[in-house]
Design a protein around this ligand. Structure first.
Ligand SMILES: [Zn+2]
Length: 189
């Protein structure tokens, strides 16, 4: 099983609203429009009134073995509003069972692209030509669409290694709406 689970959790601690209003973002220098990665609350919300958001995603192939884990983790768990929790699967082709992909999608989970081959070494993804990226990225999108997934708009690169502008160009020109590749450390991608 090659599936990895990544979670992002924003925890809350008590800080007064007055303290937060005095703090501009050190990177974009904005209070009102800041979207930088930080532990600060959005829109000056008091921390004890800020919703806690967990983003749950999985990478790599989807098969009968890791589907047992998905069932155990996801089935029957609800958000505070009683809606089922959902996640995003960044799917690669090799070893993937598309009937399971379709089934997970029908349960409300998002399916996104993680390329066809997920090949090694990781440096291949840094140096890949635009045509190679089209083959890997758009090719995987078409495989998901052929399996009945009609709204494939997300992408994450293998090994979190992009080819820079070449990757973004391919995503932009082929109907993707977001990339979930670049890791951030202390707010700096
Ligand atoms: Zn991967």
């Amino acid at each position: 099983m090659t599936t990895k689970m990544r979670t992002t959790m924003k925890m809350t601690t008590s800080t007064t609203t007055t303290q937060m209003m005095q703090e501009d973002c050190p990177m974009c220098k904005s209070i009102e429009n800041c979207r930088c990665l930080s532990y600060k609350t959005p829109g000056r919300l008091p921390r004890n009134q800020t919703p806690k958001i967990v983003m749950l995603t999985f990478d790599d192939n989807v098969n009968g073995v890791n589907n047992m884990l998905f069932k155990e983790l996801l089935d029957g768990r609800l958000n505070p509003n009683k809606c089922p929790i959902t996640t995003t699967f960044f799917v690669s082709d090799i070893g993937t069972n598309y009937a399971i992909v379709k089934n997970l999608h029908m349960k409300g989970h998002e399916m996104a692209v993680h390329t066809i081959s997920h090949r090694t070494p990781s440096t291949w993804w840094k140096n890949a030509a635009e045509e190679e990226l089209v083959e890997e990225i758009v090719g995987m999108k078409k495989k998901l669409e052929k399996a009945g997934i009609d709204n494939v708009v997300g992408y994450r690169n293998p090994f979190l290694q992009t080819a820079g502008d070449r990757t973004f160009k391919v995503l932009y020109e082929n109907g993707f709406l977001y990339d979930s590749t670049l890791p951030a450390h202390n707010g700096k991608p």
